[in-house]
Design a protein around this ligand. Sequence first.
Ligand code: C5P
Length: 225
Amino acid sequence: MVSQPLIPVIAIDGPSASGKGTVAQGVAAALGFHYLDSGALYRTVALAAVEAGTNLENESRLSSIALNLKAEFSGDTVVIKGRDVTDAIRTERVSEAASRIAGLAKVRAALLERQRGFRRPPGLVAEGRDMGSVVFPDAALKVFLTAGPEERAARRYKQLMGKGMRATMAALLQEIQERDARDSDRSVAPLQKCADAVLLDTTGVPVEEVVTQVLALYQRAQQVP
Ligand code: C5P
């Protein structure tokens, strides 16, 4: 049996719409690794809480929702008890709620083991805010992706339009900046680049090129004894 620490993890962290999802999926596909979108977990808990009318400051109720959540993840698709919630977890209302509940220590603790459970052979590419700092501190490679806020708002705009959802650039830019501030300023697992993470600025860089850069970094990391 392969012991857990021998299963390699590539941790990709960064702010919202920095391209983490697309890059992480590209890297996972190239290596034949599993993929964890940890933000989708927070979003799924947020959706369940919003739909149940839960007060978003009720930490114990929210952590119980997180612990008992029956969600299945496959690629981009998320299903809760037979219902496809892939689009429902991407609305701006759920984005904001996810960012708020993600500041609660008990919610984060409730999701920790579930995230680690995605570590299966032959390897895992995990993306989020604290993959390298908290969830997989022994990752073989840690990458911190950034991009300017205007470019990130433009990417989110394109994503939402593609799904037929309505949004304005100005509102998205403001929302992204508020969410960045909340994610960076919180006391529990704040969004930050770990000392051992490689910083990649993706402003103006095509996604395929970023995937190639991450694959090269991983190859190099494997050669280091
Ligand atoms: O990555 P995404 O934007 O889908 O994540 C939604 C929210 O979940 C983020 O705003 C962030 O607050 C939270 N999150 C987190 N830690 C992670 C992944 C997401 O706090 N590892």
